[in-house]
Every structure is written in structure tokens, then in C-alpha cells.
Ligand binder design. Structure first.
Ligand SMILES: *Cc1c(COP(=O)(O)O)cnc(C)c1O
Length: 424
């Protein structure tokens, strides 16, 4: 029985043990109430890119908290939001000229969808179809769920989700299948936008595909007046080794969704960036053409202050060195040499592989067993079914990263001997 009234996310309380009680955190480490140290090898659900409680972000938020907590963002503005927009646009691809703030990855995606559909409606009222990628994940609000792949996450609600055309995932050496499927859909006409996670599909199993496919999809969008929405909520700010994953394909999206690493994982914030053309589609003396979207906390000053400090960190040479070192260390892990490992892959700081199993998929029992095994060793890894991935903060030490790899070896050894539970 769960004694706390809290209902936790992605948690089956009838099966889960009591949650781990965290008291404080620092760098790549979480500390429990009873003093145990846990290496946060998944950056607390992919958000804490510079590590926990980074002093620069703490200082920025503290200073902001004593000046201005929150103010309505319709008709009002403030320094942290202005500064954030300016600095974001300075580092992002030049055609992105406007910044809409919200408060999560899901809302950044909802805003992107409303921008794309709205701009197309203002243009010609015909281009309405949305195209997305098989295995994609864009968040858990209804619009984001509709665009995400049908899965155990959303099957209960499928009758409430709008129709989306789906491209097959670009499997290795079958990338043409994806491109032909898109061409076929485009030939039927009326496509408003393509939304995808560039280079790495996160929640869909850390599936990776090459930049060339991204480039080819973007070219098709350009040829057909289709907006290209890059959901870089997980991939941005160095995750894939570069500021944006799109950069590696030399692609500039028409709409870009940011969240997770935007504040260094310190406070919730979403940002949707778009081109001037999209902004201009709503720009009118006709009030009915206003972009009707807001949330109460749009542009929250504390979140913006955290994001400003994060962008400063991004620009520091030390961050870039750490990022490079982490990418190199992940390359060296060589987990593909282990017998139960399948499809070992890496993109930037992300390492992923499947564990050979008679019971694959998200509900694979291996997932929770491995999770428990690692936690007992003091490592937070949260497999997606039989897919195991490592996505640490850039500040993780060599010692901690080696410890993570060692425990992965131990876990696979124990699995091979069929003794995971006892070994734990
Ligand atoms: C996590 C994620 C989201 C949703 O972000 P939330 O902040 O959890 O709402 C959207 N898109 C991608 C690619 C993500 O990884």
C-alpha cells in the first residue's frame, strides 16, 4: 500500500515500491534522506544537462526571486524574458526570429502545432494534415499524444486523438521507405506540417537515424510548402553533441520546440521559436487573427532567469570541453562487445542498446528489474522496456561514468546467469 497521497507519473503504484526520497542533489549525484548517493545517469528524465544545483543557475534564480516573482505576460514584459529571447535567437539558426514561451515540452509542442496549423489556415485554409514519425513521442497532452506514436502510453485515449499521417521510422538501409512514404502523402496534398524528433527518438526507445534522412525530409517540406517542426525538447543544448540535432543535417526548422535542458533542468519552461513568415501570418489589425494561446505562467521570470544562466553556461569553453569529453567517453564504452547486447548505438552524449530478451517492448519485465538492480548499486538508470540508455549530465566525472558502465556489465552478467534479482 502506498501511504502517501501522491500519484506519481508513469508509475503503477500496485507494482512499484515506495519512491526514493531525495533530500538534496549536487552535480551528477542525488542524495537520499538516509544519506545514500545515487548517480543520476539519466539527468533526471533528460533535463539536468549541467548537473543539479549548478551554482550559477542558483545565483541567477535567487537574485531574480528577490526582484520579480511573476507578472502577467499579456501586455507586460520583463528583463529575464527579453534577455532570454535575445540570447536564444543569437545562438539559434538565423531564420528563427520569434520566441513564444510556455511551461513544458508538451506545451512547446502544442504551441508549435497551433502555430503551424494556424499559419496555414491564414494562408489558404486547405493545408491541414499533420505528418509525424513512427515511434515518435511529443508529450502527454492531447495534441502531443495525437502526434506521438500509438502505444501503451496513449491507447486508452485513442478515440479522442486527431488523425495523423505516420511515416515509417527510417531503419538502417531502409531510409528510402520513409522518404517514399512522405512523397506519397505529399502527392495527395494538403499537408500542413511535419513534426519529428531530429536524429534521436527519445521515449520511443532511443532510436537513432542519420542526418541525411533529416535533410531529405526537410527538402521535401520546402518543395511542398509544408512547415517543418523540430521537436528538440530532448535533443537540444548539446545532447547529440551539437547545440541542435538539426545542425548536423544542416537543417533550419520553421518551428523549433525547446524545453528540458533550456533551464539546465532547474525550472519548468518551454519555448517555441518560429520564422518571421509564421509570425506574420498572424500579424494583422484583425483581432480575430491573434495567436490565441497562453498559460498562466507564460514567461515566468524565475524560469527565464534560470534559462539565461543556462545559456551563459552553454557558451563557456569549459562546458564545451566537458561535452566533448563525455561524447568521447560514451564512444569508448564498447558495450556492443557484450553477448546480450543488441544494436548498440550512440548519438552525442546518448548511449543506448537493447538487451536480448524473449520479452521485448516497453512493458518488458526486464525494465523494472534492471531499474531496481541499478538503484541498489547507487545508479539511476530507467530502461525503456528492454532498451537501456545512459544520458548523464555533462559534468559527470570519469569515475562515476566508469561506475555506471561497470554496473551495466554486472547487470548483464547477472542476467546471463539468470540471477538478476538475487544478485541485486
Ligand atoms: C519530454 C519530451 C516532451 C514533453 O516534454 P514535457 O516537459 O515532459 O511535457 C516532448 N517532446 C520530446 C521529444 C520529449 O523528449
Amino acid at each position: 500500500m502506498n501511504l502517501s497521497p501522491l500519484w506519481h507519473p508513469f508509475t503503477q503504484h500496485a507494482l512499484a515500491g515506495p519512491p526514493v526520497f531525495i533530500e538534496r542533489a549536487e552535480g551528477a549525484a542525488l542524495f537520499t534522506k538516509d544519506g545514500k548517493r545515487i548517480i543520476d545517469a539519466i539527468s533526471s528524465w533528460w533535463v539536468n544537462i549541467y548537473g543539479h544545483n549548478h551554482p550559477a543557475i542558483v545565483a541567477s534564480v535567487k537574485a531574480q526571486a528577490s526582484r520579480l516573482d511573476q507578472v502577467i505576460f499579456a501586455g507586460f514584459t520583463h528583463e529575464p524574458a527579453e534577455k532570454l529571447a535575445e540570447e536564444l535567437l543569437q545562438i539559434m539558426p538565423a531564420p528563427l526570429k520569434r520566441v513564444f514561451l510556455s511551461d513544458s515540452g508538451s506545451t512547446a509542442v502544442e504551441v508549435a502545432l497551433k502555430m503551424a496549423v494556424g499559419a496555414q489556415m491564414h494562408r489558404n485554409k486547405k493545408q491541414k494534415r499533420i505528418v509525424a514519425l513512427e515511434h515518435g513521442y511529443h508529450g502527454d497532452t492531447f495534441g502531443a499524444m495525437a502526434m506521438g506514436a500509438p502505444s501503451v502510453f496513449n491507447q486508452l485515449y485513442k478515440d479522442y486523438l486527431f488523425a495523423v499521417d505516420r511515416l515509417p521510422f527510417p531503419e538502417k538501409d531502409k531510409e528510402d521507405v520513409t522518404l517514399s512514404a512522405f512523397k506519397k502523402i505529399l502527392a495527395q496534398g494538403n499537408v500542413a506540417a511535419l513534426i519529428l524528433e531530429p536524429l534521436v527518438l527519445g521515449a520511443g526507445g532511443m532510436r537513432m537515424y542519420p542526418p541525411e534522412v533529416l535533410r531529405a525530409l526537410k527538402t521535401l517540406c520546402e518543395q511542398h510548402g509544408v512547415y517543418f517542426i523540430a521537436d528538440e525538447v530532448m535533443t537540444a543544448f548539446g545532447r547529440t553533441g551539437t547545440l541542435l540535432a538539426c545542425e548536423q543535417a544542416n537543417v533550419t526548422p520553421d518551428i523549433l520546440c525547446l524545453s528540458k535542458g533550456l533551464t539546465g533542468g532547474f525550472l519548468p519552461l518551454g519555448a517555441t521559436l518560429c520564422t518571421e513568415e509564421i509570425y506574420q501570418a498572424f500579424y494583422s489589425t484583425d483581432r480575430a487573427k491573434t495567436f490565441w494561446h497562453s498559460s498562466s505562467y507564460t514567461g515566468n521570470p524565475l524560469s527565464c532567469a534560470a534559462a539565461c544562466a543556462s545559456l551563459e553556461l552553454w557558451k563557456q569553453p569549459e562546458t564545451q570541453t566537458r561535452l566533448k569529453n563525455l561524447c568521447a567517453a560514451q564512444e569508448k564504452a564498447r558495450l556492443e562487445l557484450l553477448p546480450q547486447v543488441e544494436n548498440a548505438r550512440r548519438c552525442g552524449t546518448i548511449l543506448a542498446f537493447e538487451i536480448k530478451s524473449d520479452d521485448p517492448g516497453y512493458l518488458s519485465q526486464i525494465g523494472p528489474e534492471l531499474y531496481e538492480f541499478f538503484l541498489k548499486q547507487g545508479v539511476l538508470l530507467r530502461p525503456l522496456g528492454n532498451t537501456l540508455y545512459v544520458m548523464p549530465p555533462y559534468c559527470i566525472s570519469e569515475t562515476d561514468l566508469n561506475a555506471v558502465t561497470t554496473f551495466i556489465h554486472h547487470a548483464l552478467d547477472a542476467l546471463r546467469r539468470g540471477r538478476l534479482e538475487r544478485a541485486a
